[in-house]
Design a protein around this ligand. Structure first.
Ligand code: URP
Ligand code: ZN
Ligand code: ZN
Ligand code: ZN
Length: 470
């Protein structure tokens, strides 16, 4: 089965050019003029569209338990939403429990995702403690499971938080095994103290979530993680960076030659702390950790994306219904489940606010929403690339369409949209996952379960892409 995508403008992390793309089965089999491709079974017209490599979202939480409830979106609704937004690969966080085998946690995540995912996926593995058992299991996590990134939480005291010894040992082990260590960088002990003080004063509204998680707590933890990484001679990826204090630490460490990378998320680029003050408990919709920051941090984040201080955009998709889940924290902000729905709008927001507004280039857009994450997480050039032999994960993006983000038009299961009413330019008109059209003109035409688990390469390595013989 051969398909051609004709008349589009191919955009990669490095180049923009006119060419047609030949797809054979699941792979890109040729790039050039359709006239030279011979017989094809199907032609997709991309006139007026950019042809991007499918988005790679390195940070999602689907079907994840949190705060006594479970995220509203699971691997089916979440990945369908992702596909509508032009994302064709996600890496979700597999939570582990202290004292329990890693293998068991990984199996739980396979059970949640297999047969449900609409797009390809992989897992990062949470490390909560570094025991003899964990040490014994790690080599097989890398070589058998193909999971080559570990996540350490420096916050969420008494829940996910790991101590510095665990972070340091994880960094050392990751260096030895070829994995990338990811951190949620906030000082959980300081936040715990500030939270207790706030509650004792009767400060229970959503805004106190932000006020008890100050930028210093993120800057300090980010700096500490950077220092420990340098000491271990290891590699680090800081997730959901929100503020100038954290960006500064990452930039400084990179200047010293450290192998350190930073991710931010759309919500921190376009929303700010004031949202948490919305009346009628609406502020709860905007409770993330780290929290939204005062508006002035947005320019710092955009500048860091432009100049390379930050390199990727994850969604941190972690959705909870406003009515039945966020409401758990009505009388106590610490009980509001943290997170929001972003997986679907991630790329559109960054395109519209970034490229259309001249903050980043078109090629930078592809790099930060797709290619760089594929490289850092051992999936390139199979993912994140338009090249012969790569998976035919492609997005035909029509930049001329103007639309409004809304709960009434998104495809997630959750009952609100964090970007309600926001005008964006551009829409993914057609989305292909491994050669199969899964989104076309506003409809999902794929099958849940067609997405497959990707075993990833070790940190710094490429993932072979089984070149197509022409
Ligand atoms: O508020 C957030 N970010 N929820 C998801 C869990 C995490 O810390 O990434
Ligand atoms: Zn044929
Ligand atoms: Zn986090
Ligand atoms: Zn997260």
């Amino acid at each position: 089965m051969k398909k051609v995508i004709k008349n589009g403008t191919i955009v990669t992390a490095s180049d923009t050019y006119q060419a047609d793309v030949l797809i054979e089965n699941e792979k890109i089999a040729g790039i050039g003029s359709a006239a030279t491709f011979g017989h094809v079974d199907d032609t997709i017209d991309a006139t007026g569209c950019f042809v991007f490599p499918g988005g790679v979202d390195p940070h999602t939480h689907l079907d994840m338990p949190f705060g006594g409830t479970v995220t509203k979106d699971n691997f089916e609704t979440g990945t369908i939403g992702a596909a509508f937004g032009g994302t064709t690969t996600i890496v979700d966080f597999c939570l582990t429990e202290k004292g329990k085998p890693l293998k068991k946690a990984i199996q739980t995540w396979h059970d949640k995702s297999a047969g449900k995912a609409a797009i390809d996926y992989s897992f990062h593995l949470m490390i909560g403690e570094m025991t003899e058992d964990v040490l014994k299991e790690l080599p097989s996590v890398i070589s058998n499971e193909g999971i080559t990134s570990f996540k350490v939480f420096m916050a969420y005291k008494n829940v996910f938080q790991a101590d510095d010894a665990t972070l340091f040992e994880t960094l050392i082990k990751a260096k030895e095994l070829g994995a990338l260590v990811m951190v949620h960088a906030e000082n959980g002990d300081v936040i715990d103290y500030l939270t207790k003080q706030a509650l004792a004063k009767g400060q229970t509204d959503p805004i106190y979530h932000a006020l008890t998680r100050p930028v210093e707590a993120e800057g300090e933890a980010t700096g500490r993680a950077c220092q420990l990484t340098a000491l271990a001679g290891s590699q680090l990826y800081v997730v959901h960076v929100t503020c100038a204090e954290a960006v500064k630490q990452i930039e400084e460490a990179r200047k010293q030659g450290a192998d350190i990378w930073g991710e931010t998320c759309p919500q921190y680029l376009v929303l700010d702390e004031e949202a948490l003050r919305k009346a009628d408990f609406e502020g709860a919709k905007y409770v993330w950790s780290p929290p939204l920051r005062p508006k002035e941090h947005q320019d710092t984040l955009w500048n860091a994306l432009k100049t390379g201080g930050l390199q990727t955009i994850g969604s941190d998709q972690c959705s909870f219904d406003f009515d039945s889940q966020k409401s758990l924290g009505k009388d106590d902000f610490t009980k509001i489940p943290n997170g929001g729905p972003i997986i679907e709008d991630r790329m559109s927001i960054v395109y519209s606010e970034g490229v259309e507004k001249g903050r980043i280039s078109l090629n930078q857009f592809v790099d930060i929403t797709s290619t760089r994450a594929a490289k850092l997480f051992g999936m390139y050039p199979k993912k994140g690339s338009i090249s012969v032999g790569a998976d035919a994960d492609l997005v035909l993006f029509d930049p001329s369409v103007e639309r409004t983000l809304s709960v009434t038009s998104h495809h997630l299961a959750v009952d609100y949209n964090a970007f309600e009413g926001m005008q964006v330019k551009g829409v993914p008109r057609t989305v292909l996952s491994r050669g199969q059209v899964i989104i076309h003109n506003g409809s999902y035409v794929g099958l849940p379960g067609d997405g497959v688990f990707i075993k990833r390469a070790r940190y710094g390595n490429t993932l072979s892409n089984d070149r197509v013989e022409l």
